[in-house]
Design a protein around this ligand. Structure first.
Ligand code: NAD
Length: 355
């Protein structure tokens, strides 16, 4: 098979972790005799520096030609006070929208070897295996009108949370289909006691459910979900939620696994896919070879499965990640007993474990 992939390393540790993810992708392609057409493009702060825009036209062209896009992370501290549409993060929001990737999949698993890295007690976190399905191209991050305005009452900031039936229905069906491959349970998370938006969300999810009679559905308010993720995370299989709630809950989910650096994500639309670790550009450790690349490498496993349908290869990458977590070497965020490994050493170890 020809693996036609665009790599967008972005900023900060995005560069370091993407380098290791690409190392693993090359290794897999070689081992299983796939040809790899790999191009590289600009996004985020580096793209602003080199072209003036966080998402250059050239990057959009390359992404539309690739079957899958592998991204690192965006964000540079020097843009922290810039308005939203001049920030590196604008590039990522624009890319998600241009690719039409409306369903963001964020698996959270507590690996047995890493239980002590979790801030929760072992008996709470052991056995956690959940998947957050977050709506990615709608809701308050994209709704109009938005902005900061001066009017007769003074200065006012406005954001708009908006969803159509179609936007809710398509991500709901994705969540039900994914639940069928797992423990067959969907928990839909909303704020329907306060928001009309959430009332429509709950109605559309409930109406889709009879098409999946083998999947159990329950509904939960987002504030309760934030609490249950800490009190009883094992109760969840698939969590389905809208864009902003999913953004917040998935970072909470990240700490269950021990380190945000371990978490991969896949963003899927009707075709193609965008794959990226959950974490950001981590300016505090950028350029020091301290970043954990396993989230980025796990994103390669997701790409092999969801875009290319290469299940054996994907399982081999996942198994290699588990082997490295169990026996090392791992980076400092996972608090290894001995000296921590560098980002590159972890990437090399994953390749060696694949064989
Ligand atoms: P962050 O995820 O970059 O970092 C949070 C903490 O986790 C930091 O202490 C960091 O050192 C640590 N960390 C993150 N990834 C790690 C890894 N792979 N290995 C080891 N430790 C890791 O979040 P932040 O500090 O809130 O944001 C930094 C910048 O990244 C901001 O500009 C933000 O907007 C951006 N951001 C981008 C994305 C993205 O590109 N998808 C996501 C979140 C934040």
């Amino acid at each position: 098979m020809n693996l036609n992939v665009l790599a967008l390393p972005g900023d900060g540790i995005g560069v370091e972790v993407t380098r290791e993810a690409v190392r693993v992708l090359r290794h897999v392609a070689q081992k299983w005799n796939h040809s790899l057409s790999l191009t590289e493009g600009l996004i985020g702060g580096i793209a602003i520096h080199q072209t003036g825009a966080p998402l250059p036209e050239e990057t959009l062209r390359l992404a539309s030609e690739a079957r899958a896009t592998l991204m690192g992370a965006v964000g540079l501290p020097e843009f922290d006070n810039a308005p939203p549409d001049q920030r590196p993060e604008k590039g990522l929001l624009g890319l998600r929208q241009a690719l039409g990737v409306y369903a963001n999949l964020r698996p959270v698993r507590a690996w047995r070897s890493q239980l002590d890295s979790s801030p929760l007690k072992n008996h709470l976190v052991e056995g956690v295996d959940l998947l957050i399905v977050r709506e990615l191209t709608g809701g308050i991050y994209y709704g109009q009108p938005r902005g900061i305005f001066d009017d007769a009452s003074g200065t006012r900031a406005v954001n708009t949370m908006t969803y159509t039936r179609l936007e809710i229905d398509r991500v709901t069906r994705r969540a039900f289909e994914l639940a069928r491959t797992r423990r067959k349970k969907v928990t839909s998370v909303d704020k329907s006691n306060v928001l009309e938006n959430s009332q429509l969300w709950r109605r559309v999810v409930t109406e889709a459910a009879p098409d999946y009679p083998d999947v159990a559905l329950d509904h939960m308010l987002v504030d309760n979900c934030a609490m249950q993720l800490i009190l009883n995370p094992r109760r969840f299989d698939v969590i389905l939620t809208e864009n902003m709630f999913g953004d917040i809950l998935s970072d909470e989910g990240a700490v269950l696994a021990g380190s945000i650096g371990m978490l991969p994500s896949a963003s899927l639309g009707d075709e193609g896919g965008l794959y990226e670790p959950v974490h950001g550009s981590a300016p505090d450790i950028a350029g020091q070879e301290k970043a954990n690349p396993l989230g980025a490498i796990g994103s390669v496993a997701a790409m092999l499965e969801y875009t290319f349908g290469l299940i054996e290869e994907s399982c081999a990458v996942d198994a290699a990640i588990q082997a490295v977590l169990a026996h090392g070497p791992v980076t400092a965020d996972l608090r290894p007993p001995g000296a921590p490994a560098t980002t590159a050493q972890v990437g090399e170890a994953v390749c060696a474990a694949i064989g």
